[in-house]
Design a protein around this ligand. Structure first.
Ligand SMILES: C[S@@+](CC[C@H](N)C(=O)[O-])C[C@H]1O[C@@H](n2cnc3c(N)ncnc32)[C@H](O)[C@@H]1O
Length: 230
């Protein structure tokens, strides 16, 4: 019996690593509903061969997708998870192990795609990024420091890390016209989403809001970008 209702066990945390929060669960809950035995969010599930969870933190999203894969015989992707913080990679590996997936997720310690191996170019069908997305209002320099700031400080305007991600992502996406090619990312209503959609359109992606949650002073938005031109 497939049990989509379970969340991964996230036992390993670290003060420098983002603890799963409302934005995380917006993504997990979306995939819980959008992935079935034949469809990955409306696309042929068998065509989803490489998935990347960028900025994995505790590893929860990658582990959740690995859980789905273990329950669905039609879903057999190679799942990668990466983070700029080595503490996050350590946490995520430990969480992978206690969820009984030891060695199944491939972890990469990297600032965005900078340390990705060449063999991963043109590979990914699905990339998820819950980025740091808040404006660095009261931070004096525009570079985040090497601690928990990486989890929330998205740069001066709040979307610089996400834009840098878009600048680097295309060579890592499967370029085949018949391949599934989807990007999922979180934004906040506090940053200008229209700018992001325009930039993605220039890169050949159409962006839609697929889920939203109001938390205190902002809406947390889950966006999906679908490749429409090459
Ligand atoms: C908002 S947290 C999300 C963590 C996890 N994916 C989740 O949803 O719970 C953002 C994550 O992105 C990572 N991150 C920030 N800048 C990054 C970069 N340049 N390259 C890779 N990861 C980055 C942070 O270390 C942090 O783990």
């Amino acid at each position: 019996m497939i049990n989509y209702s379970k969340d991964p066990i996230i036992q390993y945390k670290n003060e420098k690593v983002y603890s799963p929060s409302d934005d995380t669960f917006l993504i997990v809950d979306y995939f819980r509903k959008a992935v079935t035995s034949s469809s990955f969010d409306g696309y042929n599930i068998k065509k989803v061969k490489y998935i990347l969870d960028m900025g994995t933190g505790t590893g929860i999203i990658a582990i959740f997708l690995q859980m789905l894969s273990s329950q669905l015989s039609s879903l057999n992707p190679k799942i990668y998870a990466s983070d700029i913080m080595k503490e996050a990679i350590i946490c995520a590996k430990n969480n992978e192990k206690i969820n009984n997936f030891k060695g199944e997720i491939r972890f990469i310690h990297s600032d965005l795609f900078k340390s990705f191996p060449k063999k991963l170019t043109y590979k990914f069908n699905v990339i998820i990024f819950n980025p740091p997305y808040l404006p660095a209002l009261e931070i004096k320099t525009d570079k985040p420091s090497t601690d928990i700031d990486y989890s929330w400080n998205g740069g001066e305007e709040g979307y610089e890390t996400l834009l840098e991600f878009f600048n680097q992502v295309v060579p890592f996406l499967n370029p085949d016209h018949n391949a599934v090619c989807l990007l999922y990312f979180i934004t906040s209503s506090r940053v200008l989403r229209d700018n992001i959609s325009e930039i993605l359109l220039k890169l050949g992606f159409e962006t839609n809001i697929i889920a939203k949650k109001h938390i205190f002073f902002e809406d947390i938005i889950l966006n999906r970008a679908v490749r429409i031109s090459y």
